[in-house]
Every structure is written in structure tokens, then in C-alpha cells.
Design a protein. Structure first.
Length: 172
């Protein structure tokens, strides 16, 4: 077991040395390549920053306005039919937009019900089997200049619902 810890601790330095060694053998100016890559990374961040800020503001407004709790109360009869706890509707909804905001909702679930409760365990499984659909589509499609998303949203929503069903069946 100690070998695995040593291996995992040394993996990143090993990869860095491997890349640097390959660059030296290929006679590539490593520092210039690094600077060029860093500049390209900053340009990408500059392009996606407005989208990120907009998503974060929208999630903050939803949380603070009480809209998510209202949605959970409205959907309570529907979720009861499927055996899905309505207390987790805000978590599932926010997870489609922002993983970090969903993590803060997950911590709220832990504080209210406990991490070892059935709701806490279900919330944990839900977090790991769903994706930030709208964030991923908006940021990556915008960066890659994809305008025709075709069936991406439908497929992602289907996968999220399938993950929710599997989570409920496995945990509850």
C-alpha cells in the first residue's frame, strides 16, 4: 500500500520531468512553449469569464430568493409518486448549472439531515452521477464555437434522469 502512495505522490513530478526531457530531446524551447500555452489559457479564460459570471449570479439569485425551496414544495406531490425526496430537488436542479453551488447545497443537506442519513447518502450519490449540463454546454461549446448542439441537451438531460433513477433505486 505504501508503494501506491509513493507512486501517486511522484506521478506529477514524473510527468513534468518526462515532458521537459522530451522537449529537450526534441530541441524545443520549453520556456517559450510554456509562455505561449499560458497566454492561450488566459485568452480562453477571458472568453468564458462572462458566461461564468452570469451563471454564478443566476445561481446566487435563485438560492437567495427562495425559488428553489418553492420549486421543491410545488413538486413535492410529483416527487412523492416516484419516491424521490423533494428536499433534494434544489440540489438536482442547481447541479445542472453549477457544481460548486450544488456542493454548498450538499453541505446544507449534511447539516440538516446528516451525512449518514438516507438523504445525505442519496445526495452524495446524486452529486457523483450527474453533470453540470448547462455550464458545460455554454462554456465548452462557446469556446469551440459550436452553434448546432443537435441532441446534446436531450441526451444530457436523459442521462441525468437515468442517474437520478439509478441513485434512488440504489440508495433508498
Amino acid at each position: 500500500m505504501r508503494f501506491l502512495y509513493y507512486l501517486s505522490d511522484s506521478m506529477i513530478p514524473f510527468v513534468l520531468l518526462l515532458v521537459a526531457g522530451y522537449g529537450l530531446l526534441s530541441k524545443v524551447d520549453i520556456f517559450d512553449a510554456f509562455i505561449e500555452g499560458a497566454a492561450d489559457g488566459f485568452r480562453t479564460v477571458y472568453k468564458i469569464m462572462p458566461t461564468l459570471i452570469g451563471l454564478m449570479i443566476a445561481i446566487g439569485v435563485l438560492r437567495e430568493s427562495g425559488s428553489l425551496e418553492y420549486l421543491a414544495n410545488v413538486l413535492k406531490p410529483v416527487t412523492a409518486v416516484f419516491g424521490f425526496p423533494s428536499e433534494l430537488v434544489p440540489l438536482v436542479t442547481v447541479k445542472m448549472f453549477s457544481s460548486s453551488a450544488a456542493t454548498s447545497l450538499l453541505l446544507d443537506v449534511y447539516k440538516q439531515f446528516g451525512p449518514d442519513s438516507s438523504l445525505g447518502v442519496l445526495a452524495s450519490v446524486l452529486m457523483s452521477c450527474s453533470e453540470t449540463i448547462f455550464y458545460t454546454m455554454s462554456v465548452y461549446f462557446m469556446t469551440a464555437k459550436v452553434t448546432k448542439t443537435r441532441y446534446t441537451l436531450t441526451g444530457a438531460l436523459f442521462a441525468t434522469v437515468a442517474g437520478m433513477i439509478a441513485s434512488v433505486l440504489l440508495v433508498l
